[in-house]
Design a protein around this ligand. Structure first.
Ligand SMILES: Nc1ncnc2c1ncn2[C@@H]1O[C@H](COP(=O)(O)OP(=O)(O)OP(=O)(O)O)[C@@H](O)[C@H]1O
Ligand SMILES: [Mg+2]
Length: 247
């Protein structure tokens, strides 16, 4: 069957946000953080998310991961309607479908690299969690650092550990918030290469928040947020790619 992106069937779409609003009450009164975000990401796509500080990028990622509930709008990710899931359902959804790399690594300081990477596997009840965690660390070049604590690792090594942890459950969707934000340029280049290599090998869909033009340039399209809305979703760039059939 020939198919064009604009006519994609639901099974091609891994992220489907439709008119998502998020309003939070702060001490200074209600704040409209997301103001009608609609975004579709197809399986295997690599999407860069850019936009000024405070435009809602991290919040949109939290909503996609089911870590923050929207005030209104539809959020379907990996075929699940997140509004219909309770907290346990959301935890299972993340375990089964989503890997997350946070800006500040979020490694647990009292656990070794190996233990940090094994956590999501243990949570999923995987029997050979530690063997798989070790293989995951080897895949990011940290086979010689598995018993080190985060405080004994460099920034780049901590980020590689965070990548290993995000990929170890083989998620269909990987969300990363400024994965190179805290790293020097050379280490950032290494992390970006690793991230795309791991995603390529596993067919992972990537949604990457970044201020780094080199990282955005490696993505299939760049989505720009401004003031809680999608100002540009990069679809024109994506349609210009030659892989489309039937256009
Ligand atoms: N819990 C909260 N209560 C009130 N306002 C919030 C809360 N969390 C975030 N905000 C506000 O929502 C807006 C969007 O925040 P968000 O963290 O999504 O921005 P961002 O685009 O990721 O910015 P940056 O590039 O600086 O990381 C900001 O103005 C922020 O102050
Ligand atoms: Mg942010």
């Amino acid at each position: 069957m020939s198919r064009v992106h604009s006519n994609a069937t639901p099974s091609d779409t891994i992220v489907d946000l439709d008119d998502v609003h998020l309003r939070l009450d702060s001490g200074a009164g209600p704040v409209n953080i997301l103001r009608g975000v609609s975004l579709h990401v197809e399986r295997g796509e690599r999407v860069g998310v850019v936009g000024p500080s405070g435009s809602g990028k991290s919040t949109m990622m939290m909503v996609m991961a089911g870590l923050e509930r929207a005030s209104s709008g539809r959020i379907r990710v990996a075929g699940q309607d997140l509004a219909r899931l309770d907290e346990d359902g959301l935890a299972r959804f993340r375990r089964d479908h989503v890997g997350i790399v946070f800006q500040a690594f979020h490694l647990i300081p009292t656990m070794t690299a190996l233990e940090n990477v094994a956590i999501p596997l243990e949570f999923a009840g995987v029997r050979d969690a530690f063997a798989r965690a070790q293989a995951g660390l080897e895949s990011v070049g940290l086979g010689h650092r598995i018993h080190h604590y985060p405080g004994q690792l460099s920034g780049g090594e901590q980020q590689r550990t965070a990548l290993a942890r995000a990929f170890v459950t083989e998620p269909s969707l990987l969300l990363a918030d400024e994965p190179t934000g805290n790293l020097d340029i050379d280490t950032g280049v290494t992390i970006v290469k690793l991230l795309f290599d791991l995603a390529e090998r596993r067919g992972t869909t990537l949604v990457l928040i970044t201020h780094d033009p080199a990282l955005a340039a490696r993505c299939d399209r760049t989505v720009r947020l401004a003031d809680g809305r999608i100002a540009d979703d990069g679809v024109a760039t994506r349609r210009a790619r030659p892989a489309l059939v039937g256009e």
